[in-house]
Design a protein. Sequence first.
Length: 464
Amino acid sequence: MHTDVLIVGAGPTGLALGIDLARRGVDALVVERAGGLFPGSRGKGIQPRTREVFHDLGVLDAIHAAGGSYPVGVIWQDGRRVGEHRMFDPADSSEDSPYTEPWMVPQWRTQEILFARLEELGGRVDFGREVVGLTQDQDGVTARFAAGPPVRGRYVVAADGGRSVVRRSLGIGMTGERVDPNPMLVADVRIGGLDRDNLHVFPPNGDAEGFLAIWPLAGTEDFQVVAQFPEGTPVDVSLEGVRKVVAARSHLGPEEVTELRWASDFRPRAALADRFRDGRVFLAGDAAHIHSPAGGQGLNTSVQDAYNLGWKLGAVLREGAPAALLDTYEEERRPIAADMLGLSTSVHRGEVRRGEATRQLGLGYRESSLTQETRKAPGPVRAGDRAPDATVSGVRLFDAFRGPHWTLLALGAEPPADALNVVSGPAHETYGTGLFLVRPDGYVGWAGETATELRAYLTRFGVG
């Protein structure tokens, strides 16, 4: 079997990449070793920048319908409410940033939504397909499986998680550290005796060995239990084990935990792959970077890996762009992943609040070789920056950007007569003045004053 792109792993990264490629007419196959989608809520926070990505991918309405905002935390002691805890610093929405807060959706539900969108676009996932090895040459990559025939792709993307078989088969190491020596339990449960309007926090008290937090999972009847244990403690992930922890650390009786739907025990760590590419194979998501769950950066950084790589693969495979364009994937994404790992670790250790940085709206690619700023006096938005939302001549920019194309904003400047996907208007307070070429992933690739400079950019990169 042959395909343009073989995506290994049907988590949020692989599914988002599959969607992006499908809408570009790229033949892509997602393979997943498990028999179905991941069943747990491990990554539940959709950050504002990822909400913008999901708007473009056509799933934001479903994401909004499936989840809800994060509740205010209530601190309990001896069965009494003794205080409040706000997880995130507040932020006001504005025209340029319509989404300012994380949106809570259990990971299993996010994956269901992405999977449905992928199928809607004609994409596919083959479950029960465990990759055991790769062989690549100058024309493509052949993947071998524990069962079933091999698949040959022109490119392969490893989105198969922190224990990535593909990464290991390539001999790519990971550099990192254990963020916290204390093991943690995360479990999805049905539980009584608590309201669903608040996050419930139980600090260590008396004989309790660590904190307990119980989250109502928006859009479901479930709660997520998170508990920390002393270093070296074995974590019991059975129903009885969860009941024991809840009863020991809260005022609830063990019988209040009526059902265990999923559970995991893990040791928070941070690690970064030594490189994100080996020939025709790319690493994305947890296969490339492993985060502490604190701050909600892992899933979001992973989805944006896919969003960065998807348009570049599409440009090379369908639009005649030079293969060298793919070199900018690691150039752009690895430094951001490193920064987000540092942020996650700082949030986990209580050194940084969940606020502006965790929303990921300020990330960009100013230093990328794919970025060119030619104006002598740039305004508020420069080449390499995220392209903010705005209304220009009655057009909402996020709607104009939506789709697999490039968009040219002409603000107080004359666009070329033959340009496609143009939005024109006077100079804008959010952007300033100039011509702004917005990439398919919503970042300004080039900014300038004349169409002559724009043509030089397009010729150089063979894109747009």
